[in-house]
Design a protein around this ligand. Sequence first.
Ligand code: FMN
Length: 359
Amino acid sequence: MLFEPFSLASLILKNRIVRSATYEKRADDDGFVTDALIEFYEDIAGGGAGLIISGNVLVHTSGRSVPQQLCIHNDFYIEKLRRLTDAVHNLGGAIIIQLVHGGRQSFPALLGGEQPVAPSAVYDPSTRITPRAMEDREIWEIIESFGDAGRRAMYAGFDGIQLHAAHGYLINEFLSPHTNRRHDYWGGDEERRFHFAEEICRAMLKEVGKDCPVMVKMNADDCIEGGLEPEESLRIAKRLEDMGVCAFEVSGGMYEARNKTVRTEILKPEQEAYFRSAAGLFKKHLRMPVMLVGGMRSRPVMEDVLLKGDADLISISRPLIREPDLPHKMAEGKEKADCISCNGCMKFNKLDVVRCTQI
Ligand SMILES: Cc1cc2nc3c(=O)[nH]c(=O)nc-3n(C[C@H](O)[C@H](O)[C@H](O)COP(=O)(O)O)c2cc1C
């Protein structure tokens, strides 16, 4: 099944392998596309993945969480982003842009010394940062910046949008009872915690129109006490589906939960696909396609996930850093990715670019 085509909204994917969003550290210091970034994406597009999701792209300067990150908070960025989408399209690939605001997982050193913003001032022991609770006016500004970014992405030629509502970044922070302690329109109960995602989704669909696929990557589980759990996440996903979101990528964890999103020690098939049971739950109750990400390394596991109906698409990140042509190799008989999940590629601060440190 892995190499069967798949219809995803208006897109026909040539196979069911998705390159999950992966920060590249290849933009320039101002967030513009570089030649090195284009070459990196040409390798992935030429490697055969059915769909590429870009690394997280910044919608507002108050949400910067990593250096040399792609930006889309100004029209200036459109022209060079178009070079990126052209390069992927010229190789027969499809590319979705992932849009993000880093929220409390942003760093003062990347914000000109400013304190990161979040729904509430909840201390993060992993970064030792206490963010500042956002004012109503600031919340609406960020919602608008997501919509504006969506419009720019369309001008830049992307095939769709993915909202990054996972891994403890701003949208996740509003959804999660752990990070959202507000008592106003934006928080207080499940319904109100949903409002930020709902308003972003509404702004996005208005800007990009019904024909543009809008997807969401979301935590099924924050993997932290008092955080989101699969039952509530499923209710959120259903609401997003009713609004017009066309696919859902199931992930989990946040910085504070440490090592739950990007796990190490994936040595046996049983350790692969670590969010599989949550994806199965989502698949059972949603009409829209479900992508599963997290730890898939071998073709038999990928095929089994598809065959048993736990997901429609297999999303992978680290294996494609090591082997961008893994989809082609698997189509020709390779059984298992070379990636050993050592997370050397995650040592952003020590690396000039995100790359495999084993080769
Ligand atoms: C170097 C690196 C950068 C990442 N950047 C992003 C990102 O920009 N957006 C995102 O949603 N996830 C990001 N992730 C998480 C991956 O998309 C994925 O959810 C996670 O690595 C688990 O999948 P894997 O086992 O196939 O690597 C990143 C992971 C790595 C290793």
